[in-house]
Design a protein around this ligand. Structure first.
Ligand SMILES: [Zn+2]
Length: 344
């Protein structure tokens, strides 16, 4: 089958489009999905560069997000071949104590498609049956492909972890990205006022069309000080920070008393500094968040089916041109999701 693979870590020159990858066979409890389209995430760029503790087996198939149709099922699976599905890229063992509590992204064997398991940038991918949900044909393929990882991540951050509600003031960094855009839409649904940042005025203008109340250019202003000035020193109640090293200090400057900060990682770097005196005096809550559990997956897919949440698609590339798609993501030029069309 056709697939976008790597055989070694490095830059985008390592990406290799191949046509000789064997079609995987469904294992017991799993389904094989014939992929229509897949989407890029920052995760893919990190996997390409190499992550500590993660070992790939060449030729390694990249990719986490996808939409496709079930093409074959393993023993003990009652899904119907032909069903159109989106895939939850978070793979759990479904047996450990966290899984039994329904917290699949805390699984002691948690892993992601494209990072720990063969990914979705291929004609076929095999995933556990519990990791797919059916969606109607009416949802455009590129939007369905771009949906799950970013929206599921944002949902857990905004709804489950930060418990954003009406009256909250929410700061979201880097509104060009998929998680940030999903977080904006979800926070607005819940009645919050939302502040967003970008280094591009053009992206900020587009964020206004998505519902952002306040837009801040982080290249031209100090975000923390600006927010304190505009809120009478009160700050925001919630910060959604996926950038990490470059934004942490400003996130904490912007965060008001009893504020909640949720992070899903550090795209700019992993190590941050927190003044513990301000943490205790302001009674902040700093939370981590990763992907989502089955209940959250059900919730976001219902939002997709109902048309209440829909990702912004930046651009679509053929699988053969996957390297150009990675270059666009690595360059930070995109507003929304970059999609790979897989079906020939
Ligand atoms: Zn588990």
């Amino acid at each position: 089958m056709r697939a976008l693979t790597i055989s070694a870590h490095g830059g985008t020159e390592q990406l290799e489009f191949r046509t000789d990858i064997p079609v995987p066979e469904p294992t017991p409890g799993s389904v094989r999905v014939r992929v229509q389209a897949a989407a890029l995430n920052h995760l893919d760029v990190f996997t390409l560069r190499g992550l500590p503790g993660v070992t790939i087996t060449p030729p390694w198939i990249m990719g986490a997000d996808a939409v496709g149709t079930i093409d074959a099922v393993g023993h003990g699976v009652y899904s119907t071949p032909g069903d159109r599905v989106v895939i939850n890229p978070g793979i759990s063992d479904r047996t450990c104590e966290y899984c039994r509590m329904g917290e699949h992204s805390l699984c002691t064997h948690f892993g992601l498609l494209g990072e720990h398991h063969p990914g979705t940038f291929a004609e076929y991918v095999v995933v556990p049956a519990g990791n797919v949900r059916t969606i109607p044909e009416s949802i455009p393929t590129e939007r369905a492909a771009a949906f799950t990882l970013a929206t599921l991540t944002a949902w857990r951050m905004v709804v489950t972890r930060a418990a954003v509600k009406a009256g909250d003031e929410v700061l979201i960094w880097g509104i060009g990205g998929g998680v940030a855009q999903a977080a904006l839409q979800i926070a607005k649904q819940r009645g919050a006022r939302v502040w967003v940042t970008s280094g591009s005025d053009e992206k900020l203008e587009r964020a206004r069309q998505l519902g952002a109340d306040e837009t801040l250019n982080h290249r031209t202003m100090k975000i923390g000080r600006e927010i304190r000035a505009r809120t009478g020193k009160r700050g925001v109640t919630v910060v959604i920070d996926c950038v990490g090293q470059d934004t942490w200090k400003e996130s904490l400057t912007a965060l008001g008393r009893a504020g909640r900060l949720v992070t899903c990682g550090g795209t700019s770097g992993p190590v941050v500094e927190t003044d513990v005196r301000r943490l205790c005096w302001n009674q902040w809550t700093i939370m981590g968040s990763t992907m989502g559990n089955d209940t959250e997956f059900d919730a976001v897919v219902e939002e997709l089916r109902a048309g209440r949440l829909t990702p912004v698609v930046d651009s679509v590339y053929d699988l053969e041109n996957g390297r150009a798609a990675f270059d666009r993501m690595a360059g930070g030029e995109q507003f929304g999701k970059i999609v790979l069309c897989v079906a020939s």
